[in-house]
Design a protein around this ligand. Structure first.
Ligand SMILES: [Zn+2]
Length: 308
């Protein structure tokens, strides 16, 4: 679990405890789901294309726009049960082709990157769950065993094949993201070919089949920057449903220092001391990662202060 440390580093977005009990034991209980849906306190929001409606409240907070189920554009084929909050309120998301229109101007569509810094931990937990399910549902409509069209089950958490009986579960792809430091406590930052001029960030890559996450850290750093890594320490994870990743954040200690960028994924990689990074940021030569990504938090943990 990430936390705000006393040096001002921000918490890692999307990893907080929003107090939602996912209630997985209810997903196959149609009678329970029907009663939960019909309950007057139940709240529903629409997710479409990774977005939901958010709005500012009168007291200046930002929250998900939810509605009671009797106002919701119900179709059972696209209903996800997300869980129950600490006040006993049940939440459902409806996956639709478009977000509903609103009579007022207060609500606006937002994806997780925009919404996560604004929403409460509860709303973030609900939205990231819904977006991850939607991404999986939209891209797994056919059975990977026999090719038949599959149908939604378990309140959005299974797709079932009517032809061969296979059950398909939501997919999450583990990826490692690591800040590499050396014996002088410098940090290794790299830039990808397609990034804007000056953008530098941590190295990252997908875990391969049959590979531990620690080995993936070592392999990726060697491949992308030619650096040999010794000690690898897990820090925190971040759901990253763009479309289906789970980012596993690490600090890694280099045992060599000669950088050789692969020239494919990573155009350039170099060591920065804190003073060098500060000077480069102030001169506008380096744009550190910003926003909700765990990359910014890993760099801040080393840097000791927020990045810009
Ligand atoms: Zn099948």
């Amino acid at each position: 679990m990430a936390s705000t440390s006393d040096n001002g580093v921000q918490p890692i977005a999307l990893t907080g405890n929003g107090g939602i009990d996912r209630g997985g034991e209810h997903r196959l209980d149609e009678a329970w789901l029907g009663a939960a849906w019909s309950h007057p306190t139940t709240r529903v929001f629409v997710v479409s294309g990774g977005q939901a409606l958010i709005e500012e409240t009168e007291d200046g907070r930002t929250e998900l726009v939810t509605m009671p189920s009797f106002d919701a554009p119900f179709t059972e084929a696209h209903r996800y049960f997300l869980g129950t909050d600490e006040d006993g309120v049940r939440y459902f998301a409806l996956q639709k082709d478009a977000l509903p229109g609103r009579m007022d101007d207060a609500a606006r569509p937002a994806g997780l990157r925009e919404a996560a810094p604004l929403l409460s931990e509860r709303d973030n937990e609900l939205l990231v769950h819904a977006v991850a399910l939607e991404n999986w549902q939209r891209s797994h409509r056919f059975c990977s065993r026999c090719g038949e069209r599959t149908v939604i089950a378990a309140a959005g958490h299974i797709r079932r094949c009517p032809a061969c009986g296979a059950e398909h579960y939501p997919r999450t792809d583990p990826a490692v993201i690591m800040l590499v430091t050396d014996a002088e406590d410098r940090a290794l930052l790299g830039r990808q070919l397609h990034w804007p001029e000056g953008r530098y960030s941590t190295l990252a890559g997908f875990v391969e089949p049959g590979e531990s996450v620690e080995r993936a850290v070592i392999r990726e750093v060697a491949e992308e920057a030619g650096i040999v890594v010794g000690e690898v320490e897990y820090v925190a994870s971040q759901p990253w449903p763009f479309p289906s990743s789970l980012m596993l954040g690490f600090m890694a200690r280099a045992v060599t220092s000669a950088v050789k960028a692969d020239g494919e994924e990573i155009e350039e990689a170099r060591w920065f001391s804190r003073d060098e990074l500060r000077a480069a940021m102030e001169a506008g030569e380096v744009l550190p990662p910003s926003g909700v990504s765990i990359a910014a938090r890993l760099i801040e943990m080393w840097y000791g202060a927020p990045l810009g």
